[in-house]
Design a protein around this ligand. Structure first.
Ligand code: ATP
Ligand code: MG
Length: 405
């Protein structure tokens, strides 16, 4: 079964209103297992709207229209559907009563043009609209369906949830579920190479996305039942995990800082940070985590050479040069100053390579009771990206250290 969406309204074509209805309905259809092949936007013009609807009705099983159900002359969805169906609209007494009641309830004057919303064609059923005057329409003809919904999202979405979803669930051809695996440390090209054979398979499908917190792999499975789709995803996930190993750090809505914080809490440990070029970003990321007050003791931002010296961070290397030794001293300092179990030091430098390219180096030290772990990373990077990557890498490395990976 496939569907098509038509968002109507000249205001959408003028760019005055962003089309939220299409994305809402599209995501709803995906979870119903109904394929969406086309979505169009059309203005409030009878000929053009009729042409778009005619084409949609010919090529799709279900056509879902939003907008154009109001009382004004510009609201023409009913006329357009009636035209395609070749039927005449008549006043429906029950709908008229609903509209009259609605106006008396909100103490507003009802004008004659509101009666337009009580008109319907014989092959259509009215869909109740508790939040407004305009009922939706459900039209079934030649084993095809046209669904017409109000334009305002606050009316359309409740109508969808209460009236449309239950009806479509009975007609849907299955369930589509997705799961996202999140990785760090491998490039998109490398992951593409590793999991390439899975990318051309149909069910589950696999797609790659580069995000700020690493490369994500989205597994999407379709089945007649929820359990069937879950089973397909589980199978593919374990195959991918075997290939990508420790690069996978989480999935779906999880964030790396939350995962790491949970590990620290579970082990009953505490953390302190000293950072330079990341300007507090690592501390800020920790402090944004729920329950961080239970394990995050504090952070220092050590920005310049004088401050380094005054805090005893003297490495003997060239003045102002970031290196692993500096990061190590910073980690030890933070750990001692805040009396924390884990000290993290993060230092870095940007080396301009040419006018628009630079090489970023980040140095990370994690000091614990039982020893120290050092990591050095090089990124072709702009400075703001370098800081974010270095912070992500700090979380990723700390996760490995805590899990003994
Ligand atoms: P009304 O009775 O309010 O006129 P309607 O069903 O006739 O409702 P439209 O006239 O097409 O709907 O749109 C009314 C308002 O609803 C628009 O001005 C806009 O604010 C909002 N709207 C309509 N379509 C969309 C859409 N696709 N995405 C987001 N908002 C929309
Ligand atoms: Mg309108």
């Amino acid at each position: 079964m496939n569907a098509e969406i038509i968002a109507s309204g000249t205001e959408l074509l003028l760019g005055e209103v962003a089309d939220i209805n299409t994305s809402f309905i599209a995501s709803q259809l995906a979870s119903l297992g109904i394929d969406l092949y086309y979505a169009s936007v059309v203005g409030d013009n009878y000929e053009r709207f009729s042409e778009v609807l005619r084409q949609a009705f010919e090529r799709s099983d279900i056509v879902i229209i939003t907008g154009g159900l109001g009382p004004t002359k510009g609201d023409i969805t009913r006329e357009v559907i009636a035209g395609l169906m070749g039927e005449k609209m008549e006043l429906d007494p029950a709908l008229q009563q609903h509209i009259t009641d609605f106006f008396s309830r909100v103490h507003l004057e009802m004008t004659d043009n509101n009666l337009k919303q009580a008109m319907i064609i014989p092959c259509a059923g009215a869909i109740p609209n508790p939040l407004g005057t305009a009922p939706g329409w459900w039209v079934e003809k030649e084993s095809k369906i046209i669904i017409s919904l109000p334009g305002p999202p606050r009316e359309m979405q409740p109508m969808w949830q209460k009236e449309i979803l239950p009806r479509l669930e009975k007609k849907g051809s299955g369930i589509i579920l997705s799961r996202t695996l999140k990785t760090w440390g491998l490039s998109e090209a490398k992951i593409d190479q590793l999991v390439g054979p899975y990318m051309s398979l149909a069910n589950p499908t696999l797609a790659l996305y580069a995000k700020a917190d690493g490369i994500q792999l989205r597994i999407t499975a379709k089945s007649n039942t929820r359990e069937g789709a879950q089973e397909l995803i589980r199978g593919r996930e374990s195959e991918l995990r075997m290939i990508l190993k420790d690069s996978v750090w989480g999935g779906d809505q999880e964030t790396l800082e939350e995962i790491v914080s949970r590990l620290i809490l579970d082990k009953g440990l505490s953390v302190a940070i000293a950072e330079s070029f990341t300007g507090g970003l690592l501390s800020y990321s920790f402090s944004g985590v729920h329950e961080s007050s239970q394990f995050f003791k504090g952070g220092l931002i050590i920005a310049d050479e004088d401050s380094r010296k005054s805090m005893g961070i003297v490495t003997g290397s060239n003045s102002g040069q970031a290196d692993i030794r500096t990061a190590s001293l910073m980690a030890a300092l933070a750990r001692e100053k805040f009396k924390a179990d884990i000290g993290i030091g993060i230092d870095g430098r940007i080396q301009p390579q040419s006018d628009d390219a630079s090489l970023g180096q980040a140095f990370l030290a994690i000091v614990l009771e039982e020893g120290e772990h050092n990591f050095a990373q090089t990124y072709p990077s702009r400075s703001y990206l370098l800081a974010r990557r270095a912070v992500m890498n700090a979380f990723f490395s700390l996760r490995k250290v805590l899990l003994g990976l």
